[in-house]
Design a protein around this ligand. Structure first.
Ligand code: DHB
Ligand code: MG
Length: 221
């Protein structure tokens, strides 16, 4: 049976609006290493890059590196002196693949991959009193979403963006009985709604990664 039309459209879009070679190479390495096929799609990756570029982002934070596909997208979009992407990954194996991809992309000096539980890593980073970040991309274990949101907000500048991946999950966001991931995605949407300094939307998406959605929130100035 034919793939659904949104998959065919994504394939066509990926030909018309292709990923840069560095991203294609990173994706190929990820596939070859047998990592779960859950990296951002090409069109989603470009959306991340466009969001970063639109706010003139120089410093970005990522929770959930996996093979570094989104890290390549984000790091390439950063501008200005001393661009920095700090990305957290639980798995030493995933982090090793990501470092290989980032090195091949010439981004070793831009991206720091920190291995371990992200919540601990984010607390350690906050204790270092870093310069504020312009954008945070949260794309790790979904039950952790709300904790990652609050930890990221503590590091974000006013006017900065938080993007959370996979908040619709085929519609299971409506069904708290579905699984812990669905509950985590629902919780982070409710958390941004309850926050008095966030302006947020959820963009429902279909494409090569199925039916899902991305939350985009801006910390008010
Ligand atoms: C899953 C996680 C992701 O980050 C993603 O983009 C798609 C699926 C998952 O754990 O099911
Ligand atoms: Mg994801």
């Amino acid at each position: 049976t034919d793939p659904p039309p949104w998959v065919l459209v994504d394939r066509w879009l990926d030909g018309v609006l292709p990923a840069p070679d560095a991203v294609v190479a990173a994706q190929r390495t990820a596939d070859g290493a047998g990592l779960p096929p859950i990296a951002v799609s090409t069109q989603q990756g470009r959306l991340l890059a466009l969001l970063a570029a639109s706010i003139g982002a120089r410093r970005a934070l990522e929770v959930g590196t996996l093979a570094g596909v989104s890290a390549v997208w984000l790091a390439r979009a950063l501008r200005g002196p001393d661009p920095v992407l700090t990305t957290f990954e639980l798995s030493e194996h995933h982090a090793a693949v990501a470092r290989e991809n980032l090195a091949a992309a010439g981004l070793t000096d831009v991206v720091e991959v920190r291995v371990g539980p992200a919540l601990e890593g984010l607390a350690r980073l906050a204790a270092e009193r870093p310069e504020p970040y312009d954008l945070a991309f949260i794309d790790a274990d979904k039950p952790g979403n709300t904790a990652y949101l609050h930890a990221a907000l503590a590091l974000l500048r006013p006017g900065g963006l938080v993007v959370v991946d996979n908040v619709v999950r085929g519609g299971t966001v409506l069904d708290p009985g579905a699984d812990a991931a669905a509950r985590g995605s629902r919780a982070v949407i409710e958390a941004v709604a309850a926050h008095d300094r966030l302006t947020a939307t959820v963009v429902q998406t279909v494409g090569s990664k199925g039916y899902d959605g991305m939350l985009v929130a801006r910390l008010d100035v």
